[in-house]
Design a protein around this ligand. Structure first.
Ligand SMILES: *Cc1c(COP(=O)(O)O)cnc(C)c1O
Length: 392
């Protein structure tokens, strides 16, 4: 065993958590509160299909998020497919980012659309409008950007591309719950925005999602799509699917919504703690706070520059695992690396240098409302002390 190994062993021994620390974890109210929220569904024996809890959650979320037309779904993946279906996107090309969760790319494949990857912006890790414009062709029908880590995309430039080239913009806003841009909801851009309420997300209904659309007619169509196309007892208007959110999920959403501000506030405190403690470690780059953006602190990504830090992201990841801290490499591997997409011409790593680099360098540190400031301080100390151990 050489010297750094002994030092790292001591570091791990000094900072190992007795219970696993996960990158995220849902904040749950007392079970009795959930039971109370379920009472209206029990009394009516109404468990799904636009029940009163579903209606109440839809209205409450519109008010909370600052949008007019929101449709609840069983999950974000089906909501993304519904958004594509809503605009008749069943053939042609869609330009999207490789730096995302697999669902973003998979829904395009399920809709039989041709996937075209474009590179991301090096600072925000969001799809870069300039790189998108280079990849537009007469066959391009839409752009699907992702507000990665809740950082809003360059929505104005995507709006401009949509107008200039007559393409749709469908946002995967899975990370962007509650994010505001210049005082307005980040969901008020493009032709549709999809939120995820998965258990790993900031606001959760266990499984769940929502589709925000610009007008009442699209909202009505989204409703038909998620309800088998059923418009009335004897009328089916189109080939819909089952994308409905149940009353059980909606009840959880209602109790979650009551604590959403507090959850974001707790995460803000943890985020500030990380920022303070990680500020001056060589090779550790934080994501900047952006002007005009009211963030949701859903994630705490850091970038590790191997040369300046003394070791790469993967080495730091492994040290954390030894400390019982389940940090995550979001998003590694890139979607363009999956065997099902790697053969696409646009998946060539040479054309996606920023995404390739981000996938190698970024580590998401734990952040959630049930994490203590002391735990965050310990996690930040691991980042610092590993660097110091490597430099000695
Ligand atoms: C979580 C996530 C999804 C999928 O959401 P589900 O609700 O699990 O279907 C899609 N895109 C991104 C970027 C995500 O993080």
């Amino acid at each position: 065993m050489n010297l750094p190994d002994a030092r790292i062993g001591r570091l791990v021994a000094a900072h190992t958590f007795p219970e696993p620390i996960y990158v995220t974890r849902p904040s749950l109210p007392p079970l009795a509160e959930y039971a109370r929220a379920l009472e209206p569904a029990w009394e009516r024996r109404w468990l799904t299909n636009e029940g009163c809890l579903h209606q109440r959650l839809e209205r409450a979320l519109c008010a909370y998020l600052g949008v007019e037309h929101l449709s609840l779904f069983c999950n974000a993946t089906i909501a993304l497919m519904a958004a594509l279906e809503l605009y008749g996107l069943r053939e042609g090309e869609v330009v999207t980012t490789p730096f995302t969760f697999p669902a973003t790319t998979h829904v395009l494949r399920w809709q039989r659309l041709d996937i075209v990857f474009a590179d991301i912006d090096a600072d925000t890790c969001n799809l870069d409008p300039s790189r998108v414009e280079e990849r537009l062709t007469p066959r391009t029908r839409a752009i699907m950007p992702v507000h990665v880590y809740g950082t809003p995309c360059d929505v104005e430039r995507f709006d401009a591309l949509a107008a200039k080239y007559h393409v749709r913009v469908i946002y995967d806003a899975a990370h962007a719950f509650g994010v505001r841009l210049n005082g307005q909801s980040a969901l008020r851009h493009g032709d549709a925005s999809v939120l995820s309420f998965h258990a790993t997300k900031l606001f959760t209904t266990g499984e769940g999602g929502a589709l925000a659309v610009p007008d009442a007619e699209r909202h009505r169509q989204a409703y038909l799509i998620k309800n088998f196309g059923i418009a009335g007892e004897e009328s089916v208007e189109g080939p819909g699917i089952n994308g409905k959110m149940s009353e059980l999920q909606a009840a959880l959403g209602l109790v979650q919504l009551e604590q959403a501000d507090e959850e974001i506030a707790r995460r803000r405190v943890l985020s500030q703690c990380y920022r303070r403690m990680l500020a001056d470690i060589p090779g550790v780059c934080l994501f900047g706070e952006r002007p005009g953006v009211q963030p949701n602190h859903a994630y705490f990504p850091v970038r590790i520059n191997a040369e300046a830090y003394g070791a790469g992201r993967d080495a730091l990841h492994d040290v954390f695992r030894r400390c019982n801290v389940h940090v995550r490499k979001y998003f590694y591997p890139l979607c363009s690396h999956f065997a099902c997409y790697a053969g696409l011409p646009s998946a060539d790593p040479a054309g996606l240098p920023n995404a390739e680099r981000a996938a190698r360098e970024i580590l998401c540190l734990p952040i959630h409302g049930t994490l203590s400031v002391e735990s965050v301080e310990t996690i930040a100390s691991v980042v610092r002390e590993f660097h110091e151990a490597l430099r000695k």
